[in-house]
Design a protein around this ligand. Structure first.
Ligand SMILES: [Zn+2]
Length: 314
């Protein structure tokens, strides 16, 4: 049996596939836009695996899905940006590819990569906070992904941090991810530029832009963008303090699309966490690290999960 598996990260915009070797290294990769229908998505996944099989002998496939996964990890129950509804995706693909297929939530896959090979390597309690469109969170406790009783833990992005605050697509107001995500950074940047009577940069006039534009502008020294990044740091610190109170992680890894700008906001985040964590200076605090694999962690983690499933099944 080969030691190569294919990890596939299926997001609302793109599908990224990679051949992962026994050391977790990417040895080949492919990327396509996410199709609109379930059938077309399944066809694409089959095509991607067959394409990658042409260069390496593949012994299994791991899927990282941005959605709600059943506790037995056999069904995609619901995914807001994908076509699957109550779909037995691993069984469908396994039958078509004649390969074992495992599946997990995308942030669980990401934290698995960081726990095995990245910024949280070997940590007894490792929490990944991925800042992107929203906040994704993944937790590894004693070498196991912690999922909760119904498979949806840890859902940190919708903790209320500002009662009556910014409205959230989840139906509530003041959720943490409304203040601490790529989307939040863009919204705060626009607010600060407007308050200063400045023109919104062209890229930000389009409401679809992410916080990476604000982060880049902040890195160039723009005062309003720097203020927005500082606010992100404040709210990251508030949330990390809450998460540390509940979970007492040994390490918190910051990942997702906004993690590239971490040097701009981590000092503020650490400061705020130290001031708000229960017990203050009279207790150990978690280490804070930036994700080693950035936005590749989910695809690497999915490939590793497939390898670990193969080892477990002998
Ligand atoms: Zn919410």
């Amino acid at each position: 049996m080969s030691t190569f598996t294919v990890g596939i990260d299926i997001g609302g915009t793109s599908v990224r596939a990679a051949v992962i070797d026994a050391n977790g290294a990417i040895v080949n990769r492919a990327r396509e836009m996410t199709p609109a229908s379930a059938a077309a998505t399944e066809d694409l996944l089959v095509d991607l695996v067959r394409h990658l099989q042409a260069t390496h002998p593949i012994s299994g496939v791991g899927l990282a899905v941005a959605g709600f996964i059943s506790t037995d990890r056999q069904r995609v129950m619901f995914a807001p940006h994908l076509a699957w509804r109550d779909a037995q995706v691993p069984a469908i693909l396994s039958a078509r590819l004649d390969l074992p297929v495992v599946m997990d939530h995308d942030v669980n896959s990401a934290v698995w990569a960081e726990y095995h090979l990245g910024a949280a390597a070997g940590s007894p309690v490792a929490l990944l906070i991925a800042l992107g469109t929203g906040i994704g969170a993944g937790l590894v406790v004693d070498g196991q992904i912690y999922r909760g009783a119904h498979g949806v833990a840890p859902e940190l992005g919708h903790l209320t941090v500002v009662p009556g605050g910014r409205s959230c697509p989840c139906g509530k107001r003041g959720c943490w991810e409304r203040y601490c995500s790529g989307t939040a950074l863009a919204a705060t940047g626009v607010d600060r530029w407007r308050e200063a009577g400045r023109e919104i940069p062209d890229e930000l006039a389009d409401s679809e832009v992410t916080g990476t534009v604000v982060a880049r502008t902040a890195a160039e020294g723009d005062p309003q963008a720097l203020a927005a990044v500082d606010e992100l740091g404040h709210w990251l610190g508030i949330g990390m303090g809450l998460a540390a109170d509940v979970l007492d992680p040994e390490v918190i890894v910051i990942g997702g699309g906004v993690s590239d700008a971490a040097p701009l906001y981590l000092p503020r985040a650490l400061d705020t966490m130290r001031q708000t964590i229960t017990g203050g200076v009279h207790r150990p605090h978690p280490r804070i690290e930036v994700a080693r694999y950035g936005d590749r962690s989910a695809v690497i983690g999915a490939g590793l999960l497939a390898q670990h499933a193969l080892v477990a099944s002998g």
